[in-house]
Design a protein around this ligand. Sequence first.
Ligand SMILES: *[C@@H]1O[C@H](CO)[C@@H](O)[C@H](O)[C@H]1NC(C)=O
Ligand SMILES: *[C@@H]1O[C@H](CO)[C@@H](O)[C@H](O)[C@H]1NC(C)=O
Ligand SMILES: *[C@@H]1O[C@H](CO)[C@@H](O)[C@H](O)[C@H]1NC(C)=O
Ligand SMILES: *[C@@H]1O[C@H](CO)[C@@H](O)[C@H](O)[C@H]1NC(C)=O
Ligand SMILES: *[C@@H]1O[C@H](CO)[C@@H](O)[C@H](O)[C@H]1NC(C)=O
Ligand SMILES: *[C@@H]1O[C@H](CO)[C@@H](O)[C@H](O)[C@H]1NC(C)=O
Length: 500
Amino acid sequence: MAIIRGILILLITTILSFDNLGNVEGRFHYHKRQKKGSPVSESPVSESPVSDSPVSDSPVSGSPASGSPAYSPEPEDPSPPSVVPPTVPSDPYPNDPRKSSSDSVFDVTSFGAVGDGTADDTAAFRAAWKAACAVESGVILAPKDYCFKITSTIFSGPCKPGFVFQVDGTLMPPDGPDSWPKADSRMQWLVFYKLDQMTFNGTGTIEGNGQQWWELPCKPHRGPNGSTLPGPCNSPALIRFFMSSNLVVSGLSIKNSPQFHMKFDGCEGVLIDNLSISSPKLSPNTDGIHIENTKEVGIYNSMIGNGDDCISIGPGCANVDIEGVTCGPSHGISIGSLGVHNSQACVSNITVRNAIIKESDNGLRIKTWQGGMGSVTGISFENIQMENVRNCIIIDQYYCMSKACLNQTSAVYVTDIYFKNIKGTYDVRNPPIHFACSDTVACTNITLSEVELLPQEGELVDDPFCWNAYGIQETLTIPPINCLQDGEPQRIVESSQYGC
Ligand SMILES: *[C@@H]1O[C@H](CO)[C@@H](O)[C@H](O)[C@H]1NC(C)=O
Ligand SMILES: *[C@@H]1O[C@H](CO)[C@@H](O)[C@H](O)[C@H]1NC(C)=O
Ligand SMILES: *[C@@H]1O[C@H](CO)[C@@H](O)[C@H](O)[C@H]1NC(C)=O
Ligand SMILES: *[C@@H]1O[C@H](CO)[C@@H](O)[C@H](O)[C@H]1NC(C)=O
Ligand SMILES: *[C@@H]1O[C@H](CO)[C@@H](O)[C@H](O)[C@H]1NC(C)=O
Ligand SMILES: *[C@@H]1O[C@H](CO)[C@@H](O)[C@H](O)[C@H]1NC(C)=O
């Protein structure tokens, strides 16, 4: 049965490859995957970082709240299996009565926010922001038991050090494109810009009200009779940090984003801990956490379920540490896509440890476009449990959103990639291991150690795939893989050529 199916797929793939230009074997498998996946549902990570730069806003002025409400002790909540986060500041006096009279807490209700889920509280938030931002360790508080609605806002710094935006209630944007103010950006909702040492936390919820955005007829297969109508199809990223440093984001529940849930661009020093991110499996482009041009990042102890990448790492990222994250349903943890439009992309020193990936379209993925430059190096995936995942381990240097990507000779160089203790089950619709490296720029120094993947149901797919991939297996891989080549490729990649 499996053999017959294999032959059928091979036949279909062969037929398909005739109406396309590339007949490189690396692309064979690519087409096979492409045929079955849904390319249009992928993340548009290609947008230029400056194209939608926030412009500075003019916050309305307001006066500080006088009698700020007490902090209530946080309720016990089941959280994902804990690893020790490095530097989450803990509160030594959670019930300290001095806090309730602290004049550094700026409760939005004292600035006129109604919080009934209907009134527009934007002006109150801007006023509270301005007041809190101006004092040392200022806290802007959206208290619990309220639901605040605000429109797209850029919260700009610099603020005094120790600034905290604490949401214990619910904070949400207008519901859907029809109620989105015409003058507001459709690219983003909450934007934090030019901040240093800011904390965004609380026990509350950021509710994205994404449903009507996902159903726009320009979204994949949401048009009449399952078609996809032409765009533009901009939908706002829910939370965006731009050009900021030393950020902490923790405790919050972030849901139903119209597009990416959280996006960091041009940041340095980001600590994410104990977040819950959730959107339905079929919500388009709802990446959980996306980072690009961002360095020194820790993502810990978080649950992410959504309709696109769980965590996506774009160009210009280095020193990213991910631990204790559960992804699923999702499209897995992804490095890329990199090198679009012949661009240079440099990604280095990324570690992912003690993670669970379940019910996902991909597991651990590195994807690059043909024609790019730069490198992906020093990537380590360790102790990852897979549950019913398609493409558990995949390097794809033929990433392409349309069907007509031409052969190109340059590519983002992929090297020093370590997979250790990757165990669990895969969805047999795709081979669990897939290395499709560039014809001209081989992937090198891939290490597999204790990789054991079994079919979730059905027969073992004994078809791991490698094209131009070099590396070693420290232990016997399951399913067995014979295609990884020993040693070094003949054509050596000059590091100067890649310029990272
Ligand atoms: C793409 O590359 C393959 C193999 O290297 C070659 O056979 C094919 O002709 C190329 N196509 C184009 C359009 O250059
Ligand atoms: C939010 O962060 C601040 C600053 O680190 C901290 O004092 C406060 O206790 C945190 N609040 C919650 C609810 O985690
Ligand atoms: C995680 O966040 C939840 C919700 O904000 C909170 O109740 C819980 O105490 C936090 N857990 C840890 C370990 O900080
Ligand atoms: C949708 O499909 C139905 C039945 O196939 C057809 O009658 C109808 O014209 C189609 N509508 C559009 C907008 O294509
Ligand atoms: C790699 O990243 C980690 C943090 O993720 C950092 O502690 C370490 O110093 C980095 N290594 C190098 C060589 O930069
Ligand atoms: C291969 O990659 C590993 C990390 O996976 C690194 O420790 C080692 O130095 C690399 N080997 C070479 C020859 O670069």
